[in-house]
Design a protein around this ligand. Structure first.
Ligand code: BTN
Length: 254
């Protein structure tokens, strides 16, 4: 059994908790800590503001100062084969979706790991792994959760907890809840029981088993998401019975 989970003691996230007023990116800071100080598993870096917040696929992540949660979690799941790294993504997504449901309402996960509230994106996840000999060596899981920000100029598909519910949230309480819920969802992975992770993920997967429109490199088509593969591929069936697998960037939701 991996050292950091025992039957009675969950992995404690947020010990230590490093709070920064401003940083380029909490993911970059975490990566540097791993390189220079071999930071311990469970370390969390929290920032009030990022000057160079990173999103998926080379995008930026913009966030008003001190209105949202911007943090990165350091993990060392060195028992996990690199080809199964999507399990980490599912665990973090499941934890965040659980947090949204606890605080604001029904949440869905848009493949691969956008967290939706009322059909709009409330949180994004950027996971950066290092790999040694086909196994995960270190993980930096960066999370941006829109909390008290009221407007998202030019981002029609974004929402915050506060816009959705009309309430203001205490960021430190929310962080504690997030870390506890993410730790709960990581537990089956660390305990060698990954089946439940995918079931939880699929239960909240946006458009699962629904006919909807997508585009791939051949153009627009109608399809139905039936599953995700263990490496994170999106599996889509077409009306003619054909089934295809897509990696991130190979398909667009319409
Ligand atoms: C996405 O594009 O959906 C992923 C966004 C991830 C943003 C978070 S904010 C905290 C952490 N630090 C970063 O630079 N990015 C992630």
């Amino acid at each position: 059994m991996p050292a950091n989970f025992t039957n009675s003691k969950p992995l404690k996230l947020g010990e230590p908790l490093i709070k920064l007023e401003s940083v380029d990116s909490t993911n970059n800071y975490a990566t540097n800590l791993l390189r220079t100080e071999n930071a311990q598993e469970g370390t969390v870096i929290l920032a009030g503001y990022q000057t160079l917040g990173k999103g998926q696929a080379g995008n930026t992540w913009e966030s008003e100062k001190n209105r949202n949660l911007l943090f990165s979690i350091i993990l060392k799941p060195d028992f996990l084969k690199a080809e199964r790294q999507f399990y980490l993504s599912m665990c973090i997504s499941n934890g965040l979706a659980a947090l949204i449901e606890k605080t604001a309402g029904r949440s869905m996960i848009k493949w691969p790991n956008d967290i939706l509230l009322n059909g709009k994106k409330v949180a994004g996840i950027l996971i950066e792994n290092t790999i040694m000999k086909d196994m995960i060596h270190t993980t930096v899981a960066g999370i941006g959760l829109n909390v008290n920000q009221k407007s998202f100029e030019g981002l029609q598909e974004a929402v915050s907890l506060s816009v959705a519910t009309g309430r203001e949230y205490e960021l430190s309480d929310l962080l504690n809840d997030a870390l506890e819920l993410i730790s709960n969802e990581l537990e089956p992975l660390y305990m060698g029981n990954p089946g439940v992770i995918k079931t939880t993920y699929l239960n909240r997967l946006y458009r699962l088993n629904e006919w909807a429109r997508y585009t791939d490199d051949a153009g627009m088509f109608e399809g139905r998401i039936t599953d995700v593969g263990s490496s994170g591929e999106l599996i889509i069936a077409r009306h003619n019975g054909e089934i295809r697998q897509y990696g991130f960037k190979e398909i667009r939701f319409l």
